[in-house]
Design a protein around this ligand. Sequence first.
Ligand SMILES: [Zn+2]
Length: 259
Amino acid sequence: MERLGKNHGGYHGETIDIRAVLRDIETASKQHGWTSEVFGQQGEFHLFALHRCPPSTLNSQPSTRIYLSTGIHGDEPAGPLAGLSLLRENKWPANAELWFCPCLNPIGFVLNRRENPDGKDLNRDYRHLETAEVRAHITWLERQPQFDLYLCLHEDWESHGFYLYEQNPDGKSSVAESIVGAVQKVCPIDLSETIEDRPAKNGIIRPNLDPRTRPQWAEAFYLIMNKARLGYTLEAPSDFPLSTRVEALVAGANAALAR
Ligand SMILES: [Zn+2]
């Protein structure tokens, strides 16, 4: 598969109409029994979270609680599109209780910019909470139960292929290899030994730094410190066609969900 070769110094690929995508996400979620809750505001946009309980016939079984996040970086359109695709496919584990925050930075998508309208990277603000968006998101997260698994869907305009971060401090059974195995059928994997200044192997980064030692926190750090003990940040390579990146994130998410 050929790289597009157009992302130099930033993302210069396809953009999306975030209003239309968020409308489609709301429509698909309603069709499949999700409820929607507005928890914040960014300009004219509502920030909202979706939630779905397992079917009542399965209420006697212990449920798996899964949290999905997309759309925190406005120059990474594959995430919200992958979320929409997963909603439409509706192939979640039968006993899963699901939470999905599809877009924390809608104006970022309007501007095709990573940061929020004030130029802040929301995904570095989960320690100091300087932005209204992240404060609202955390207020909402604090009202939710602990999750068994989180998935954050992103893109990286510099990467040579797909890669992921695994946060697994308790050494739980890992799905990192199965995610990579599923993605490599649809998208190249970044096999670099160093990605984003961290050691990587076969497209997998297992950061061993304690988040408490980090000056800034991504959403994933907040989650691993407060809400979940296993999670994955999936990074699709922006220098490949948007449809390939969406397919990569959907395949990776489905592999993680099938664990
Ligand atoms: Zn990102």
